[in-house]
Design a protein around this ligand. Sequence first.
Ligand code: PRX
Length: 643
Amino acid sequence: MSPRSADHAPAENPLTPRDAAVSGLPEQAAADRLAFWAQQAGQLHWDTEWDQVLDWSDAPFARWFTGGRLNVAYNCVDRHVESGHGDQVAFHWEGEPGDTRTITYAELRREVCRTANALLSLGLTAGDRVAIQLPMIPEAVFAMLACARLGLPHSVVFGGFSPAALQSRIEDARARLLITSDGQYRRGKAEPMKANTDEATKDTPSIEHVLVVRRTGIDVPWTEGRDVWWHDLVDAQPDEHTPEPFDAEHPLFILYTSGTTGRPKGILHTSGGYLTQAAYTHRTVFGLDADTDVYWCTADIGWITGHSYLVYGPLANRTTSVMYEGTPSTPHEGRHFEIIERYGVTIYYTAPTLIRTFMKWGEHIPAAHDLSSIRVLGSVGEPINPEAWRWYREHIGGGRAPIVDTWWQTETGAVMISPLPDGPAGKPGSAQAPLPGLSAKVVDDQGQEVGRGESGYLVLDQPWPSMLRGIWGDEERYRETYWSRFADQGYYFAGDGARYDEDGDIWLLGRVDDVMNVSGHRISTAEIESALVSHPAVAEAAVVGASDPTTGQAIVAFVILRGGAAGTEDVAAALREHVAREIGPIAKPRRIMVVPELPKTRSGKIMRRLLRDIAENREVGDVTTLADASVMDLIDARLKGGT
Ligand code: PRX
């Protein structure tokens, strides 16, 4: 089946040809995939040319551009200064309280060099891991790039994660350094950060130093000898640092993401292939013009989108970006539109959950701003419903900007499936087809490709440059999670359902495993269940994602209390707080239902399908496989009883 078809009506999304670099890509990629990737890699600066584009002999562990050596930070920063673009703005940064900072490539280079020198002064050497928990401030980018420059794999932990979540990530990676800040601005308030990270590092012997950025000026607990202020250490360093090349397969970062078990997986990405694909997809998907575009990806650096499309892809392409620290409603609901207008943003890349939030707030809010600079809109993180797609295009895109609906994952490192900016018309709600050089299929249970108009599982049937190189410290889990489901065919199982339409375009249908997608954040049911049962009042818990008009899915928990006690408002509130403490506020269940039993099969497996029916207020489906069919009546009676 030819994945990209040009024969559907061009009405909805007339993508205009813009960047000559994009045209001809599909043909080149189809002619020789590896030569195509070599050509993309060739747009980076390599200190040593590679011997082989792809070594797949140890599948599913890929090695791309073997023998090649490069420095990722040099590619993202120095080479642009050396080619005469030092005065170009790399970031228009805006803080939540309204403070701003303009960072040119020359300044970025100085800051990254200083930070790298500071990390060296702390005794770090290539291969050491660095944990980073920071708000969306420029130092977060400096820190990531300084790590990349020195070959120190970073592990960025989202600022909203709890001390317990940070601690387990630090322990898993055995990080030597933690970089954090005194506090962070959230919804107009300065919230503590260092106080939380101190709780996380109470019991992490691998951490030797904590480097602290002063952001809010709030008081912080301090451990003499271990803790160091950024402004004391980094600001005193020399501006110059000579980057050293690293092997193409040198680890660049670990990023933890949720899987189907309670334990987050440390997804490992390496240097050459990752940067090649992050840069290629960024310039191709958005039809980037580095000289004129002002690009804004709203993702937090704590997620993969922040890594690939706020830091590495855009900087490798010498992009001028906007970076914003705070929430979209602080101090008012027009904040994003004000920023778009102020900086003349031409490319805006965000998540459907935010678009639906904007819809809720009302179209008069974007209408009060001049958004005419926008020429491409991007969507990522979850399926975009056609209604949100149309609203986005109409009210943010002026009815003319094309929308690129980009499908990918933490594991894929960069975009895999997306419309092309000069491709055929977009379809609201469809990511359409793999980008040139990439390949995906929709298959049935047996791994056979399904026909047009049919649904199945999304698989990636060819290795790709930015693919994960494994799960940190757990080779077996990597094989089992991604490669065992379709082992005969050697396909990567993405965990998503998908459908081909009559044109052969791909529509993503959401996760087929026990992973939820809440506001574009990936959260596992098992992780929340284990947090709930760690509370002394809880005997058993089952969590499902119920569909929600704004957040995509909402977390609904069913719990059995110890001794079969009935629930109260206080218990539910205490359990929600407990989950927030264990994992982070993003994992707080929307609803907690206290039930006397959980529906289970004879083999003891919880039937989430039935719980989802209850959570979504539907007639409960087929109960014949339940070990005890009367359980549903018991649950129903208890819930009706108002407990
Ligand atoms: O279910 C898919 C959904 O997000 C999952 C990956 O989540 P994460 O690793 O956190 O990365 C999010 C940002 C890339 C996928 O398995 N997803 C992501 N993008 C889309 C999507 N679902 C539908 N359409 C998309 N464009």
